[in-house]
Design a protein around this ligand. Structure first.
Ligand SMILES: [Zn+2]
Length: 144
């Protein structure tokens, strides 16, 4: 084999390898797309199962000695925890923030329970549950 033939052969081999690599890359790209489609179908299926579960739960939750009683209990407990957390969130959102120290205080509070800053004017209702710290007494006397 002379040099020209050798390089010709080499060139063809490289070209073949390049084509094979391009095909491989296409296959990999398509594999990624197919995986995404599979995941999408799985999500849709999970949502459908969830709908079925909700319907089944609504229909059977009241039955005594149901074979899925344990699952029903877990759902009830979860719903209870959500209600409690929502109640807690409502309380938190019903709070005001002290402009002095940033502490979260009740909107009804007359004074910040952390730094003692006066939060409302004297014409507002008294925050009787707030302990009377010396600094607060001083402020009160000045206001009088
Ligand atoms: Zn404060």
């Amino acid at each position: 084999m002379d040099m020209e033939a050798l390089f010709g052969e080499l060139g063809r081999t490289l070209a073949d390898k390049g084509k094979a690599a391009a095909t491989k890359a296409r296959d990999l790209t398509e594999a990624v797309q197919v995986k995404a489609q599979i995941n999408s179908e799985k999500r849709k299926l999970q949502e459908t199962f969830a709908v079925l579960g909700h319907l089944y739960y609504k229909e059977h939750r009241g039955e005594n000695g149901h074979p899925q009683q344990g699952v029903f209990e877990a759902i009830k407990e979860g719903e209870q925890r959500i209600r409690e957390l929502e109640e807690k969130l409502k309380d938190l959102e019903d709070m005001a923030v002290c402009p002095e120290c940033g502490f979260r205080v009740s909107k009804e509070a007359a004074y910040c329970s952390k730094c003692g800053r006066k939060l409302r004017g004297d014409n507002g209702e008294e925050g009787s549950e707030i302990p009377a710290l010396p600094v607060l007494e001083e402020e009160k006397n000045q206001a009088d």
